[in-house]
Each structure stands twice: as C-alpha cells, then as structure tokens.
Write a protein that binds this ligand. Structure first.
Ligand code: DGJ
Length: 748
C-alpha cells in the first residue's frame, strides 16, 4: 500500500500515516514548500489558505524576492538568496561563493526503503513501504539534493533523509548538510505558542527533561564534542503548553546519528518556526568531487495530538520493529552480573569465579568482565589499545574463565573501549600517529587517554582483528562497547589538510563500520553500547546494539527519574539497568533491595555488585527477582508503555505500566519515593486499559514464594473504564523508596 498521494498536476505530495499527514508542494515549478504536518487530512490542495507566501504565485514576489525568501515556508532551504533563517545546505564553490539556490526538479516513487550507505537507518521489516524521492537542484553549480520520505504507517512515523550529489564540473566543499528542516506555524491548535521539549544532563545525571519557551531567534540543543554526549539528547519536541501524557500536541524528532548534532528551533519576526536537525555545521566540511554523493543521517519524526504518551509509543514501536536488528531484537537478554561496581580494577580469576558461582546459583546467566582484564591495566592510566588478556590477573586467560563459566551454565561478556588508546600502551608506542592529535601540540587527555583515529581503515582493521580474536578464543557472548571521553585536538594523519574538516563525520562512520563488521562476523553477539554511562545513548547506536547502558548512576531513586526520561524516547528493552549495592557508590543513598530490582526490571535487567558479600536474605531476593524477570520480561519488552504518575511532578511517588498489545495484561510498578505522615493511601488512575474489558488486579509477591502461596494475590476486580476513571487505591507504605508490582489481567 502506498501512503503517498499526488495531485493531478503532480506538484503536491501528501504522505499519510494512520493518524497523521505530511504535505509538501512545488510553487510555480520553482521551489519546494512545506505545507502541512499534523492530524490526518484528506485534501491535497491547501491553496485556500492564501495568507502564506509559498502558496501565492511566485511572480507576484519577484520584485521583493528577499522578502519572499525570508518569509516563505521551504521544505529544504539553501543558502544566500535572502532567507536569513538557518539554512539546510551550504557549500563553498571554487570561485569563493557559497550561495545555493535549490529549485524543484522532479519526483519519483520508489518501492521499499533502501538502507543509507554507512549510516544507521530504519527498515521496512514486515511493513510494505514506498519512498517519495524529490530532487532539487542549484541550476548554476549543479549541486543536486534528493530528499527521501518514507512513512511507517502503523507507528505514525515519517523517516526523512537527504543525499547531496555533485553534478557540477568542479569539486565543492559542503559546509552544512542538515538532515531535515520544517517551516511551520508557531502555535498549537488552541492558539498557544509551542514550547520546546529537550533532555539534558551530564555524567550520572542523564535524560533530564526540560521544557522552555520558544522566544524569537534561535534556541535548541547541540553537541560539538565528537559524540552525541550526555549534555543533550539529539531529540527535540515541539509541545503544547501544559503538555501531559494524554493531552496536547507534540511534534517529536530524533536524529539517527552518534556524533556532533544540532537540533534547533528558530522563531522569525512573523512568528513562524523553522525546526532544523542534522550534523552540527561547526567542525564539519566535506569535499565533494564531481559525481560524488554525500549521505545525511536520517531523521524520524512523529506527531501526536494526544500528548506525549502517544509520541513515546510511536517511537517505541518504530525502534523495536524498524531500527533494532539482530538475534536479540525480540528476545529476552541474558541476565548478567557485571564486576565493575563489585571490584573496579581490583580482581583476579578467583574473585571472578567466586562471583560467577554465587550468581549462577541465583539464576544469573552471564558474567561480564568489565574494565581491567587486558594489558597491564590496574588503573585507568594504561593499556587501552592492547587488547590481550593480562595473564597475571587471569591465568589461563578469558578462555579458561569462559570454560569454567560454561560448566556453571553461564556465558561470558567482555568490556572493550575500542576507540581509545592510552599513551602508556604498546599500541601507542608502535603507532603514535593513530591517535587524534595535532603535531606540536600536547593533546588534551581525559582519563589519561587519547582517541584513536577510527576514521582510518588500518586502525579499524587492527581493532577488528584484536577484538575478534578475543571473542573467538573465549567464546564471548556479549560485548560492552564503552567510550569515555570527548574528541579534541582534531587532526587525522590520514587526511590531507583540505579534508581535516571531514574527520568528525568520518570518525562516526568509522565507529559504525567497526560495529557493523563485528556484527557481521559474530551475528549471535549481544552488543551493549556505553559511554561513561549514557553519553552516547542515541537512536543511531540502536541500529547496532539493542541495548545501551543508561547511566553510571545505578541508585534506584535516581534511576526512576533517569529512566523516565529515557523511556519517553526509547523502548524499555534498550535501557541498560542493573541492581547495585547500597549505599550507592555514586549517591551514597540506600534503597531497599527489592525496589532496586523493580526499577531494574523496567530495563534490560542485571546486577552490578559483589554477590559474595550479600546476605542469604539478599541472595534469596535475587532468585525472586530472576523469577520476576523471566515471568514478565516478554511483556515489559514488547508491550505499550504508559506513564501513570511521575515523581518528577508530584515529589512523592512514581507509577508506570506496560500493557500487552491486545490489552489483556498489564504489569504496573508503583514506587513510594518519599514517605509523609498523615497521607494514608494513594489513588492511582490507570491508563491504557481497554475500558470494556473486565480486569483482575493482583499484587505480585516480591518476596520468596513459599509452598502453597500464590504468586499474585487478587485485590480488586473492575472494568478498565472504572480502573482508569475511579482509580485504584494503593495502600500506605512505611518508609521511603518502597515499591510494589501489580498484575492487571483480563478476566475471561
Ligand atoms: C564507564 C562505564 O559507564 C562504566 O560502566 C564502566 O564500564 C567504566 N567506564 C569502566 O572504565
């Protein structure tokens, strides 16, 4: 089924999803204008809305071309013709000019959706998809832009990207190539100015939600540190004021990219908005020879007039069905125990085996050996790049460990930080030119390490061969791919001086190439990306790893907020979440063991503690948490996520649920964050149930189930409409950070 409609004159294009429409069109055969994005509509011709310039005849504007350019709604604006807003494409031509005037050339409907060479991209999966391709061209220089649009009908998402082809006779230098812009109205349908939703953070404080007013001029978020970073998500949302989970409008956009990005909103004097998203133009140039093509990263966008919840579920479905790949995409992930917070660098074979033994007895399925197993690495100052096992620490190597684990029925996971090199390493001594640094300048170090120039093929070949050897020899089932610093001192010994501006993008392409090659060589490998916690948690990385470490802050209290932010944008199945020891190493806070488990169950689930130091009681709780994981992970991974109440908003409690697609079963987590005297019970209004189905509500036992005891004890029975409108009373809990799980199951 094609979701693309075209008018008889073939100059208006409408792309539909189940609940949305997106419209662009050609003005007088010259420019491509943006006409509409919002709730599903049926018309193609919107010329009755004559107030806006792009819908007027262009010739009327010829004497005032600058004003026309500056006020019109363009779909993909060029540079230097009078539009003073943020341009999408800018190039330096041999004569020193940089003007790009993008005129409409033609369109094509392609069946399917092709992958983007070298970059992550959404794929059709089970869905039949057509792609609209629109060509624009600068007549003077021959620079051609192809815009690609593909609609994911069921999940209400449109994917956009751009190809820039040099059809001129001389080399040009691209100075900015954004992936998408959108010129639109600045008020919601109730006439209230849109606000900007973003997520900011820092180490151990990722995914902090922020909503700000959009004033005149430019506002937004960006990264220029060489990776996405934890300072901001490469996402932006335009939202109605007072947006809630189920009311208000939202336009949400994600960039599928893991490097420098810019996500901007610009309000013009006439109160129009230009949204723009793509590779940050700072520190970016790309030399394009005649005949060559530049591929932009993809943007995925959705619109909801039913609040943030619908946007969240649209992105969850898109990422689960059309972005995440590989064996583990629809599978339960092995429950792992990671030794980082248990031992840091201070471990040996005996210690790891004693952790593994106790873990396997509790049902944990994989041991992950974190930082410190290689070279001479007993602290963060050495050996990155020397990916051979430290036999002093681990006699017999990872192979010996893996064999012992497999006798216990466990798998082995291993930590790498492939993009890094320690100045104190054999690799650096042999290849100092492989590190990104400027000759004659002392490169800035971070954690005493430098960044390897993975834009180079020879560096990538070295890394693939080293990592593959480890995986093969020790039968490694999981790799944690870490990345612990920003890029600085930019210079690649492999690039000529006039191509140094390509380094950052080539670096990202290099990372993608490395991960792709690894996955091709080891299709059963489970990859988890990580970057000092969540500093490279972006939609681009999800194409390579079905899960990403969310934050080094494993304090369940903090995680409630961090995970709420992450869940707004990404499926729960992607969120690396572990139970760790208390007092928590980052915050010093103590949260009950079971609450830590409940919070981690809303992610990939695992442990990050020295299990040999736990009490028998705590180990019994692990066995119970493992049971809960096996019982409910299918639902948590695949279901629809509903945020019911937020501690961020009420300062007292948090509540979320995940319901199966057929609405027959929901697991709901309630966390009593802060106790208060004289506030007995909480009334919770459930969401997402079928109003006409009758449900039984049962409290899931969180302690060990003794013989003859029920897993879940029924406490209420009611129609979905009742539970959603009259609510459910959660009895008072004593103490802070208490939590409880409920199963709400259709009564047949
Ligand atoms: C940063 C990661 O976020 C941690 O989980 C851990 O792997 C350390 N790096 C190891 O150096």
């Amino acid at each position: 089924m094609s979701n693309i409609s075209i008018n008889d004159r073939q100059d208006l294009f409408r792309i539909d999803t189940a609940n949305t429409s997106y419209m662009i069109g050609v003005k007088d055969g010259l420019y491509l204008g943006h006409f509409y994005y919002g709730p599903r509509i049926r018309d193609l011709d919107l010329s009755y809305r004559t107030a806006f310039a792009p819908e007027n005849a262009l010739k009327e504007h010829e004497p005032e071309m600058v004003i026309f350019m500056d006020c019109s709604r363009f779909e993909y604006p060029g540079w230097g013709k009078g539009d003073s807003r943020e341009g999408a494409l800018k190039a330096l031509f041999p004569d020193g000019t940089s003007c790009v005037d993008l005129r409409y050339q033609g369109y094509e409907i392609l069946s399917g959706k092709a992958p983007v060479p070298g970059l992550p991209s959404t794929f059709p999966g089970e869905e039949e998809i057509s792609t609209l391709k629109i060509d624009l061209k600068d007549p003077l220089t021959g620079l051609k832009v192809s815009l690609y649009y593909s609609a994911f009908y069921a999940c209400d998402v449109i994917a956009r990207r751009v190809e820039v082809r040099n059809e001129g006779a001389t080399e040009v230098v691209l100075q900015r190539v954004l992936s998408a812009t959108m010129d639109m109205h600045s008020n919601d349908r109730k006439g209230r100015p849109f606000e900007l939703l973003t997520f900011h953070g820092t180490w151990a404080r990722e995914f902090t939600r922020e909503i700000r007013a959009i004033g005149h001029g430019r506002t937004g978020v960006a990264s220029i540190c060489g990776k996405t970073g934890n300072r901001a998500q490469s996402f932006l949302g335009l939202v109605s004021p007072d947006i809630t989970q189920d009311s208000g409008e939202v336009f949400g956009m994600h960039l599928l990219y893991s490097g420098n990005f810019s996500s901007m909103v610009e309000k013009s004097p006439n109160d129009e908005i230009r949204v723009s998203m793509g590779i940050h133009p700072e520190e970016f140039t790309w030399n394009l020879k005649p005949g060559e093509v530049f591929y932009s990263p993809e943007v995925v966008m959705t619109y909801s007039d039913q609040g943030l919840g619908r946007m969240t579920r649209s992105f969850h479905d898109l990422f689960r069905e059309h972005l995440i790949r590989g064996k583990y995409r629809n599978m339960k992930r092995p429950i792992l125990i990671n030794n980082w917070e248990a031992t840091y660098f201070d471990f040996d074979m005996d210690k790891l085996l004693s952790i593994a033994k106790q873990a396997s007895e509790c049902g944990i399925e994989m041991l992950v050996v974190d930082d410190g197993w290689f070279g001479r690495r007993n602290d963060p100052n050495t050996s990155l790049g020397d990916w051979t096992v430290n036999e002093e620490k681990l006699p017999g190597g990872l192979k010996f460990l893996s064999d012992r684990l497999s006798e216990m029925g466990m798998k082995l996971g291993v930590w790498f930080e492939p993009e890094m090199v320690s100045p104190d390493s054999d690799l650096y001594r042999a290849h100092p030119d492989w590190a990104i640094s400027i000759s004659g300048r002392d490169p800035s170090r971070s954690r005493n390490q430098l960044v390897l120039d993975v834009s180079r093929q020879d560096v990538r070949d070295y890394l693939i061969s080293m990592i593959s050897d480890v995986i093969k020899t020790a039968n490694v089932a999981y790799v944690k791919w870490d990345m612990n610093r920003h890029l600085s001192d930019l210079y690649s010994a492999d690039l000529p001086s006039d191509r140094q501006g390509e380094l950052l993008h080539r670096f990202v392409l290099g990372v993608y190439d490395l991960q792709e090659r690894l996955l091709q060589a080891f299709p059963d490998l489970l990859l988890e990306n990580c970057s000092s916690g969540g500093a490279r948690f972006d939609a681009g990385m999800l194409y390579y790893s079905p899960q990403i470490w969310t934050s080094d802050d494993t304090d369940a209290f903090e995680r409630v907020r961090i995970q709420e932010g992450a869940e707004t944008l990404y499926p729960l199945s992607c969120l690396g979440a572990h139970v760790s020891i208390c007092p928590n190493h980052v915050t010093g806070r103590t949260v009950p063991f079971m609450t830590r488990g409940h919070v981690a169950l809303a992610g990939t689930f695992g442990y990050e503690l020295d299990i040999t130091k736990l009490t028998d009681e705590e180990r019994k709780l692990i066995s119970r948490q493992v049971e809960l994981f096996h019982k409910y992970n299918d639902l948590i991974r695949n279901g629809d996520y509903y945020r019911i109440a937020s501690y961020r908003e009420n300062g007292l409690y948090d509540c979320y649920g995940v319901i199966s697609k057929d609405k027959s079963e929901m697991i709901m987590t309630f966390i009593h964050m802060m106790n208060q005297p004289c506030r007995p019970n909480r009334l919770i209004f459930l969401c997402g149930l079928d109003p006409d189905k009758r449900y039984e509500v049962a409290k899931i036992s969180t302690s060990e189930i003794k013989d003859g005891e029920e897993e879940a004890s029924p406490i209420a029975e009611a129609y979905g409409s009742t539970l959603m409108n009259a609510g459910l009373v959660i009895p008072c809990m004593y103490g802070d950070f208490q939590s409880v799980l409920y199963l709400i199951k259709e009564k047949k």
